[in-house]
Write a protein that binds this ligand. Sequence first.
Ligand SMILES: NC(=O)c1ccc[n+]([C@@H]2O[C@H](COP(=O)([O-])OP(=O)(O)OC[C@H]3O[C@@H](n4cnc5c(N)ncnc54)[C@H](O)[C@@H]3O)[C@@H](O)[C@H]2O)c1
Length: 314
Amino acid sequence: MGYYDNRTLVTGGAGFLGSHLCERLVKRGADVLCLDNLFTGSKRNVSALLGDPRFELMRHDVTFPLYVEVDRIYNLACPASPIHYQRDPVQTTKTSVHGAINMLGLAKRVKARILQASTSEVYGDPEVHPQVESYWGRVNPVGTRSCYDEGKRCAETLFFDYQRQNDLDIKVVRIFNTYGPRMHPDDGRVVSNFVVQALRGQDLTIYGDGSQTRSFCYVDDLIDGMMRMMDSDKGFYGPVNLGNPGEFTMLELAEKVLRIVGSKSRIVHRPLPPDDPRQRQPDITLAKNKLGWEPKVGLDDGLKETVAYFRSIL
Ligand SMILES: NC(=O)c1ccc[n+]([C@@H]2O[C@H](COP(=O)([O-])OP(=O)(O)OC[C@H]3O[C@@H](n4cnc5c(N)ncnc54)[C@H](O)[C@@H]3O)[C@@H](O)[C@H]2O)c1
């Protein structure tokens, strides 16, 4: 039995990243159990897989215990955009913390390898640029983003304590801004906002003056990195950054989107939301060295795919 024959649980599997991961895993021959409470995910995201005998969709909330036999667990369940995770902040923290406890408990019982989808948000509003894994971060514990940031930080703590206390086979990746087909059209994220606004002929809203930068990783690259981490040698726990170090200002992004869509929309400015980091960029040296991974898809190519997707659903 090869590693790709393993029974793999993907929590949050009907979401944006989860659905791409499920697809890739099924394609390489894994039996995939996709678990999701469909809070931000949808059956439509995995509709192409529903008839596949290797794929199973289970509606379940990770804040409740789960008993299944699996070899590998990718723990992605958690709403990822501020609009969604701030809707019910207490539930967001529960999803990260209770979800991690439940999935780690499951991994311990069935001796599964388990990977946590953590986030660049653990670095908060960073004083170190670009961010390296050894940087501890600067996170506000009592702000409106804290339910997500602190929940994810606590989940990382739980992963490493389960490893130290129970010798669990853990993997932690810190995901930076990722975009691509199946992003939510209304999640308030900059790429989906711009693309949807441009396609609808509306003004493109930039928060602040537009000089703040972000890096954007195309979903296929990200999933490739995540799977490489899952397949990496036992004993390499991470955390490891996964993201695209290419940096773009919000203004540059808006202009690219307008060009690709062929839109005549205008760019308008709005005040910055609280706790919005000015700059965020991954240092991916560790991923390059340990996983032989780096992103391959440029922003223009990735945006073209993303625009095509949004055109098809709007
Ligand atoms: N997309 C990014 O740029 C990005 C960046 C950093 C980290 N991440 C992490 O990657 C993971 C996936 O993010 P995404 O962008 O695909 O977001 P998403 O919202 O599309 O996916 C999250 C999925 O988890 C499900 N979910 C939420 N709460 C749940 C619960 N209590 N029980 C079961 N399922 C639940 C949702 O229904 C959804 O399908 C998240 O953990 C997120 O924090 C994503």
